[in-house]
Ligand binder design. Structure first.
Ligand code: PLP
Length: 412
């Protein structure tokens, strides 16, 4: 990027030039172009929650907006009442004891913290371990810090968990930071306590800070609450967890999240934020505290809604013969593309021929190739309609036809 200033052309700084290309901006442009032709596009490609924020949280902001205290600068690093609400929620939900003053940092959404952590810890050339496929903002943070990424492949046969034994010990020794993310975007995989125990062990052995991105911590299926990294003995010594209100409370537009964990690293995040901002609008902090302290039925109901959608989608997938495993958490489904297509070719095809937007797995990293990501962020009827349209392309073999072709009797 450059700007013409008088007779001079000013090039953007090198750190800007190193930012990864926004793969999904291309996806949005293609979807918009299709919709501009007057087509009824079903967009399952993005991760923007479709439900409104629960009314008691909205009402708290409306009331708080009139409080003159909040019209002044908020305290650096946020109001203590919000940090206390964070600590209370973690104690109630996960049995994790948190010192609100020293172990919580308030964030402008999880995204901001995930970018700041690289800036806090990485010098140019330092290694960071990053999941592949993974949330592309990890790359942005590492790139802005001038760090180097070493990718940890997330493979189906490992339950989409990194295999620490496969990491080159020389790289592990040089790494200062690693990202993990369960429930996972994009695969929908969840992590067990045993995995987190292995993570703490690996981090201690090599001296690596663990950044656990728990953005989808509020979304688990079959009545299973996803496990928090901080529930693992020793986790707070080696890292921190990033949580956001965007998903659990449908507050993506409000931009509020938090980091919890190792107090020395929390102090670094607070310090960098003191230079960038002086915390969020007080009314938003009060509404966020209301979300965390108030009734949690809204989170349960949201889980039930996503579960109904997941079942509707997978029933429809089964009917067209698109075989895939259900996600254990998050609102994403990770589906293999039919043979003969790259993820981008398949995404282009279903957009052009079925007016359905899916996110090509290659956008999440090399090991995302071969998959597409679908979000459960529209009604059951629209999800089923999207699959029905894709089924009409004849790329999959419906179970009944498949059984007839193979001579097997169809009994259900
Ligand atoms: N982490 C993951 C894996 C995400 O998918 C997202 C949002 O899509 C975030 C973090 C950040 O969410 P927010 O910035 O809204 O808190």
């Amino acid at each position: 990027m450059r700007a013409q200033i008088g007779s001079k052309v000013i090039e953007s700084a090198e750190r800007m030039q190193g930012l990864p290309a926004q793969f999904f901006a291309k996806l949005v442009a293609k979807a918009n172009a299709q919709a501009a032709k007057g087509r009824d596009v079903i967009n399952l490609g993005q991760g923007n929650p479709d439900q409104p924020t629960p009314p008691h949280i909205v009402a708290k902001l409306q009331e708080a907006a009139a409080n003159p205290l909040y019209h002044r600068y908020p305290p650096f690093s946020g109001y203590p009442f919000l940090k206390e609400a964070v600590a209370k929620r973690y104690l109630e939900d996960y049995g994790v004891d948190v010192d609100p003053a020293a172990e919580v940092a308030i964030l402008f959404g999880g995204k901001t913290g995930l970018i700041e952590i690289s800036q806090c810890l990485l010098n140019p050339g330092d290694y960071c371990l990053v999941p592949d496929p993974g949330y592309p903002d990890y790359w942005s943070g590492v790139s802005l810090a001038g760090g180097r990424m070493s990718f940890m492949p997330l493979l189906r046969h490992n339950g989409f968990l990194p295999d620490y034994k496969a990491i080159d010990p020389a790289i592990a020794e040089q790494a200062k930071l690693m990202f993990i993310n369960y429930p996972n975007n994009p695969t929908g995989a969840v992590a067990s306590s045993e995995f987190y125990e292995r993570t703490v062990e690996f981090a201690k052995e090599h001296g690596i800070v663990v950044a656990s991105d728990f953005a989808y911590g509020g979304i688990g299926y079959g009545g299973q609450r996803p496990v928090s990294f901080l529930q693992t003995p020793g986790a707070k010594e080696v890292g921190l967890e990033f949580y956001t209100l965007s998903k659990s409370y449908n507050m993506a537009g409000w931009r509020v999240g938090f980091a919890i964990g190792n107090p020395q690293i929390i102090a670094m995040i607070n310090l960098i934020q003191d230079h960038y901002y002086c915390s969020l609008f007080g009314g938003i902090q009060e509404a966020a505290a209301e979300a965390l302290n108030g009734p949690q039925d809204c989170v349960r109901e949201l889980n039930e809604l996503y579960e109904r959608r997941r079942e509707a989608l997978f029933q429809a997938l089964d009917e067209i013969g698109w075989k895939a495993a259900r996600p254990g958490g998050s609102f994403f489904c990770w589906l293999p593309v039919p043979e003969g297509y790259t993820s981008e070719q398949f995404a282009d095809l279903v957009l052009a021929e079925a007016d359905v937007v899916v996110a090509p797995g290659a956008g999440f990293g090399t090991h995302g190739e071969g998959y597409v990501r679908l979000g459960l962020l529209t009604s059951e009827a629209r999800l089923q309609e999207a699959v029905r349209r894709i089924g009409k392309l004849g790329l999959f073999t419906a179970p009944l036809v498949r059984d007839m072709l193979s001579g097997t009797e169809h009994t259900t």
